[in-house]
Design a protein around this ligand. Structure first.
Ligand SMILES: Cc1cc2nc3c(=O)[nH]c(=O)nc-3n(C[C@H](O)[C@H](O)[C@H](O)COP(=O)(O)O)c2cc1C
Length: 249
């Protein structure tokens, strides 16, 4: 396994920012990995919110005590966290039930009140063992594949800021993320990238995102080691908090 990551890290250094992958015809490996459903969580409880009717000042004063509205209108979030993440066998951390990036995505959503949406492959052909997954990911990168994702993203028109995160795969965004960037309208939005990795940092996620979404503003990104996300969450949470504070959240 060490050999695998060493190869990836070397290739990552070579590939960063150059986009020089060559096209090859290959069939991605298939597995029986169960396909999960995409979920939007933590939608603001707009349906519970009640609008009070406008009143004349005199009437309002009269009713001030007896009929003062007890509920406030909950504002829907204008911030979304979009992420891709894998479980199964991962480098350094072994077999995991919750993906490293998923853990960070949830921290961001918790701390900002953002909605959360997980990008899931339409046909989950990604192996659950590390070495096999690196092979499939490399093939996709070489082919400049655009793997389909399952379901539909939430209505992006209601979001002004979107955090977008994934693991670093071979020094780049996983190819499925380019499908997301290219199939949706992110123009006019502030996009803030984050990665989990095991040594390559942000791997130019910000520049690559800017290239894929030229009409968006790209915010300062965050890179967290997968092992910290999984096994040192206090440290990871502190990094997330200070980054969010710097961004003005
Ligand atoms: C296919 C594949 C390629 C990877 N390439 C890199 C890499 O280039 N640089 C790096 O630091 N880590 C690399 N890693 C490690 C992952 O980025 C890291 O384990 C990440 O935290 C996994 O996140 P996840 O659990 O959300 O999928 C790779 C892992 C896989 C599976």
């Amino acid at each position: 396994m060490k050999k695998g990551i060493a190869l990836i890290l070397t290739a990552a250094l070579l590939l960063t920012g150059c986009g020089g992958a060559s096209a090859q015809a290959n069939t991605p490996e298939k597995t029986d990995a169960a396909q999960e459903e995409a979920v939007v969580t933590e939608e603001a409880s707009a349906d519970e919110a009640q609008q009070t009717e406008a009143q004349e000042p005199a009437a309002a004063a009269e009713n001030a005590v007896a009929e003062a509205p007890q509920e406030t209108t909950a504002a829907a979030s204008d911030t979304l966290v979009l992420y891709f993440s894998r479980t199964g066998e991962q480098y350094v951390v072994g077999v995991i039930d919750k993906g490293n990036t998923a853990i960070i995505a949830e921290m961001i959503a918790e701390q900002t009140g953002a909605d959360l949406f997980e990008i899931l492959p339409a046909d989950d052909h990604y192996p659950m063992t590390y070495e096999a997954l690196t092979d499939v990911a490399k093939q996709e990168q070489n082919e400049k594949a655009r793997p389909e994702y399952s379901g539909t993203l939430p209505d992006l028109s209601k979001y002004s800021t979107i955090f977008i995160g994934s693991p670093v795969w071979w020094g780049d965004w996983p190819m499925i993320m380019y499908t997301v960037f290219e199939n949706n309208d992110f123009s006019g939005k502030t996009l803030i990238p984050f990665s989990t990795h095991e040594g390559s940092g942000l791997s130019g996620f910000d520049k690559k995102l800017a290239g894929a979404c030229p009409d968006s503003t790209i915010g300062k990104g965050l890179a967290i080691e997968g092992n910290d996300a999984q096994n040192n969450q206090e440290k990871a949470r502190e990094s997330v908090s200070s980054w969010l504070a710097e961004l003005g959240f």
